[in-house]
Design a protein around this ligand. Structure first.
Ligand code: NAP
Length: 436
């Protein structure tokens, strides 16, 4: 019998569990451990609440979770509730699928001012992640600056722009919906240090900006390279740039008609944030040019008014006691997912915060092939039996998949009209909902 612990129950965790269950059938026991009492990681707390069709991928993970030899072990923090050394005694392989839950920082003066938020905390806030539910961003100002030109920046700009009616059918949490109702934002400036040809935004997500009820996207035609230059771009990026050209063609009168304008500010590298009474008021940016694909400062600076700033510039993983960590790269050092004998990583914890949800599938299958080469038939570990003894000894209130289903039912029952669920945003309420 092989005993496998997967730490993290997001896409990387569940694709890996699926791969392990398929590879070894009855000859494996898989524990998917999560620090939260609820599964699915970024599907629950990262994917935008108005992208419900993407969230449906969790049905596939549910199927895996309900496989007989797979179990969900929620509400257990590896590193504090149980140590990695203890897990190594119990399991043949421990696979970290812990993602990259922490915001990268710009490292600028003024970044600590009030109402400057990283996207992990801001997205976590509107998605009801218990760690960020108390964030309380302030929408009383007129100007927001969103730093970064990736899909997370688009998610943030779109959620800041949508009306109540446009959020019908989403699972945005009540505290965020209430706060956004009072928003007085008029401009949302998406700032990129490079140009239109270097954006990380994908066409579907970019195209959504064209269909917002009260907001219109604005691109300065002068920022766009000659149209003929688009021919060298790969097809997805070319489509995105074509959309930017469409935004550039929107007449000024339309921007006058929509209460919110989403402005793209290219070739603009933030260099400082300035505040008033402790709260952010402006972002200073330096004009850049592109040399060999890199943004190079020109020395020319200007200020963007900013009552709210959300930085969407990527993430890093969390170190865990007993596991080597590469501080500079912000993830576990690994070779094809191998960290040390018996320790592996997968997904963003392995390769950094890139790719789509689906990228995690081949990743999960590949790491299981490697684990298979390393552990053969498995050893004499005690696996979940030993883990459960430890949990009882420590008084850890493990949340099982059956418990999660009770939490899920309670969230569905509490949903406002048209919404799929109203999430619990604190751990105590989740635990209470599962009952005894
Ligand atoms: P991303 O795609 O890597 O974009 C990060 C952006 O931040 C880039 O424009 C980057 O500019 C900029 N940036 C990084 N460091 C910076 C700095 N120091 N100063 C100024 N700008 C900086 O990251 P993401 O938007 O966080 O997305 C993470 C992953 O999740 C991506 O794979 C994304 O596609 C995926 N995702 C997908 C969806 C979806 O499919 N609907 C939604 C959300 C996220 P440079 O290019 O110049 O470095």
């Amino acid at each position: 019998m092989r005993h496998i612990a997967i730490v993290g129950s997001g896409p990387a965790g569940y694709y890996t569990a699926e791969a392990a269950a398929r590879k070894w059938g009855d000859d494996v026991r898989i524990d998917v451990i999560d620090r939260l009492p609820v599964p699915y990681g970024l599907i629950r707390t990262g994917v935008a609440p108005d992208h419900q069709s993407i969230k449906k991928v969790s049905l596939r993970y549910e199927k895996t979770a309900l496989t007989e030899n797979v179990r969900f072990v929620g509400n257990v923090n590896v590193g504090s509730d149980v140590s990695v050394t203890e897990l190594r005694d119990l399991y043949d392989a421990i696979i970290f699928a812990t993602g990259a839950p922490n915001d990268r920082r710009l490292g600028l003066d003024g970044e600590e001012l009030d109402n400057v938020h990283g996207s992990a905390e801001f997205v976590g806030w509107y998605n009801g992640h218990p760690q960020f539910a108390a964030l309380d961003p302030d929408f009383s100002g007129r100007h927001a600056v969103v730093v970064g030109m990736g899909n997370v920046a688009l998610d943030v700009a779109r959620i800041l722009s949508k009306t109540d009616a446009e959020l019908d059918g989403s699972d945005i949490v009540a505290h965020a919906l209430d706060a956004l109702r009072g928003s007085r934002l008029e401009t949302i400036t998406i700032v990129g240090r490079r140009g239109p040809h270097q954006i990380m935004m994908t066409p579907k997500e970019l195209g959504e900006l064209m269909h917002l009820e009260r907001a219109s996207p604005k691109v300065d035609p002068a920022d766009l390279p000659p149209e003929g230059d688009d021919a060298i771009l790969e097809p997805g990026l070319r489509k995105s740039v074509t959309l930017l050209r469409e935004f550039a063609a929107i007449p000024e009168s339309i921007h006058g008609e929509t209460p919110i304008t989403i402005e793209f500010d290219f070739f603009a590298n933030p260099t400082a944030m300035r505040g008033k009474d402790g709260k952010v008021a402006a972002v200073t940016v330096e004009r850049t040019t592109i040399e060999k694909g890199r943004a190079v400062g020109t020395g020319e600076t200007y200020d963007l008014l900013a009552d709210l700033v959300v930085t969407c510039i990527g993430y890093h993983s969390s170190p865990i006691d007993g596991v080597p960590f590469d501080e500079r790269a912000g993830r576990f050092p690994n070779e094809d997912g191998r960290i040390l004998p018996g320790l592996y990583c997968v997904g963003w914890a392995k390769r950094g915060p890139t790719g789509t949800i689906g990228t995690n599938r081949p990743d999960g299958y590949a790491v299981i092939d490697i684990v298979n080469d390393d552990i053969g038939m498995g050893g004499r570990k005690r696996g979940r039996e030993g883990f459960d003894e430890l949990a009882v000894e420590r008084g850890i209130d493990i949340v099982t998949f059956r418990d999660w289903q009770k939490i899920e039912q309670a969230e569905e029952a509490a949903a406002r009209a048209g919404a799929p669920r109203e999430k619990f945003v604190d751990i105590a309420s989740m635990i209470a909902a599962k009952g005894k």
